[in-house]
Write a protein that binds this ligand. Structure first.
Ligand code: DGL
Length: 268
């Protein structure tokens, strides 16, 4: 039995990271946890998000994973340090990978960050970016209406375009070089966000860099899966099933064909 990599988010957002992990690490089995009953995390107090994250991690640990990926920026801002201290397996979040990806792409140093209220208020991105480079100019904005749109599967309707345009209006007037999608739900809206921001703004998601970090850590620990066994993915969710299953099956379709995948409703 393969030891899986555990991934968690408030809902479907972490699937954007899971997809990239499946692309870069096709032999690995994954356990995904979407806390769809309590999404969104963004408007909640960080203390509450921290306690939710502990609960989910405790549940995931019963599956004996080899690593935990907190594929939620809000939970990363709230709980990464505590979870890392508490476990003796590797734990990573998505904020530092997102910051690194942006620095590697930014040419004029003007970086926009959009995220949930909790992530933006925590200042975690500004801190992570400034830790890497003293030359960046960071402009942040919370976009509270985006996560509910994604959880409902409204990725590219006319109404979604109008909401996205409205929310990003203040950023459209700035000479931004790149825009960090500082919430793992936002890559579902990437086409709409790109249309609103225009082709000159480089959209940055943390997924690629996070998957690369997972790969590096497992390689260094000698824990990369090398067998040709069929990967087994388990998708756990706490809320109603239809939308979560539908969105995950569609979003990950190309990576689920040669796997054994199961969906399961759980309560914590
Ligand atoms: N996808 C999560 C994030 O990256 C959580 C969004 C939410 O639940 O508000 O922050």
């Amino acid at each position: 039995m393969q030891q899986a990599i555990a991934i968690l988010d408030s809902g479907v957002g972490g699937l954007t990271v899971a997809k990239e992990m499946m692309r870069q690490l096709p032999r690995e089995s994954m356990i995904y946890f979407g806390d769809t009953a309590r999404t969104p995390y963004g408007p909640r107090d960080l203390q509450e998000v921290r306690s939710f994250t502990h609960q989910i991690v405790d549940h995931l640990m019963t599956y004996n994973p080899k690593m935990i990926v907190i594929a939620c920026n809000t939970a990363t801002a709230a709980a990464l340090d505590e979870i890392t201290d508490k476990l003796d397996i590797p734990v990573i979040g998505v904020i530092h990978p997102g910051a690194r990806a942006a620095i590697s792409k930014a040419s004029n140093g003007s970086i926009g960050v959009i995220g949930t209220q909790g992530t933006i208020d925590s200042g975690a991105y500004t801190h992570a970016l400034e830790q890497i480079s003293p030359f960046v100019n960071v402009v942040s904005r919370a976009c509270p209406s985006f996560v509910p749109l994604v959880e409902q599967g409204h990725f590219d309707s006319r109404a979604t375009y109008e909401i996205v345009k409205n929310e990003l209006q203040p950023l459209r007037e700035l000479p931004l070089d790149c825009l960090i999608l500082g919430c793992t739900h936002y890559p579902f809206l990437a086409d709409t966000i790109q249309r609103v921001m225009g082709p000159s703004v480089n959209l940055i998601s943390s997924a690629e860099e996070t998957a690369r970090e997972v790969s590096t850590i497992l390689y260094e620990k000698g824990q990369l899966e090398i067998s040709d066994d069929i990967p087994q993915h388990t998708f756990l969710y706490t809320g109603a099933s239809e939308l979560f299953e539908k969105i995950s099956k569609k979003w990950l379709a190309e990576y689920l064909t040669r796997t054994q995948s199961t969906w399961q409703n759980v309560s914590l």
